[in-house]
Ligand binder design. Structure first.
Ligand code: ADP
Length: 303
């Protein structure tokens, strides 16, 4: 029995933020795909209409570092999104203690992440939910961003699911201060957290609540001073904090190169207006200095 006259349903792959994901064969292309079934909940009709229109835009976001949305259709009252099937994800790579990541490997993973982000930012699409398990790895080693734009279409992911709290660790300070007008800088901050996580092999800023998350950020980079980020004091959830002076970046990342540290400091700039953009980050000398980024096919991967 085919789904939408085209997909041969296989096993369940997992449960995600927006619904279940199952493996399937696309009988039209013969390829293995992952189908995400999204619960439309109580706003069925309304969401259906706008969501499908926005999803049309996502289908046009084609890039080697963005997971391809092959098809999208409503079926039995649920929205179905069909993506290319991916072998692994960056979280599995980071957690696998048998994998050694060389400086060139880390550079390659960060470069692919930024390339995918830059492509979307150029088209004014934000990701908003960047984390290592949303960075999928294809059979040829290419890293591809998943779930692009879904946060905006379907609303912020439901944080009641326990596995979702981890997304907090990648949240930019302006989001934690309740800003309503945020931009591509939120994805750059998250990419900075992922860069740090590749270096440390554990999540960098592991807050246990939103307040604690800000505390972890301040402990790492010092409390932001108003001259560094003038708009901060006007943000909805801003509260005054006791001054904390930061340790040196070098002490946080003892094995990073000077170029890596410089890029890290620019990705973690407090003022989102002053934070480095994805395009500028890709042009940073970290990517042209030795070692060169490892070719995707040669990157280490879990078995
Ligand atoms: P989350 O919302 O928590 O990021 P997802 O909904 O993206 O989770 O995915 C749920 C499960 O399905 C995960 O275990 C993930 O590894 C798997 N999955 C998601 N997309 C794909 C894909 N394109 N190819 C293979 N597996 C996938």
């Amino acid at each position: 029995k085919l789904v939408a006259d085209r997909y041969l349903k296989r096993e369940l792959l997992g449960e995600g933020t927006y619904g279940v994901v199952f493996k399937a064969i696309d009988t039209k292309s013969g390829k293995t795909v992952a189908i995400k079934r999204i619960r439309l909940g109580k706003h069925k009709e309304g969401v259906n209409f706008t969501a499908l229109r926005e999803i049309k835009l996502l289908k046009e976001l084609k890039d080697p570092n963005i997971i391809e949305l092959i098809d999208a259709f409503p079926y039995k009252g649920n929205l179905h999104l069909v993506f290319e099937f991916m072998e692994s994800d960056l979280e599995a790579v980071i957690r696998d203690r048998n994998i050694v990541l060389s400086p060139g490997d880390i550079k390659s993973y960060l470069q692919m992440t930024l390339k995918g982000l830059a492509h979307c930012h150029k088209k004014w699409v934000l990701h908003r939910d960047m984390k290592p398990n949303n960075l999928l790895i294809a059979a040829d080693g290419q890293l591809k961003l998943a779930d692009f734009g879904l946060a905006r279409i379907f609303g912020s992911p439901d944080r009641r699911f326990t596995h979702q709290v981890f997304a907090r660790w990648y949240r930019a300070p302006e989001l934690l201060f309740g800003t309503k007008q945020y931009g591509p800088g939120v994805d750059v901050w998250a990419a900075g957290c992922i860069f740090a996580e590749l270096l440390l092999r554990r999540p960098f800023l592991q807050g246990s609540s939103d307040i604690d998350q800000l505390g972890k950020i301040f402990a790492a980079f010092g409390t932001p001073k108003p001259f560094q980020w003038p708009e901060m004091v006007y943000l909805p959830d801003y509260v005054e904090y006791q001054y904390v002076s930061p340790p040196s970046l070098r002490s946080l990342f003892p094995m990073a190169s000077d170029d890596a540290l410089d890029l890290i400091s620019k990705m973690f700039t407090y003022d989102p207006k002053a934070r480095i953009s994805t395009q500028q980050a890709l042009e940073h000398r970290y990517f042209t200095s030795i070692p060169a980024p490892t070719k995707p096919a040669l990157l280490p991967r879990p078995p």
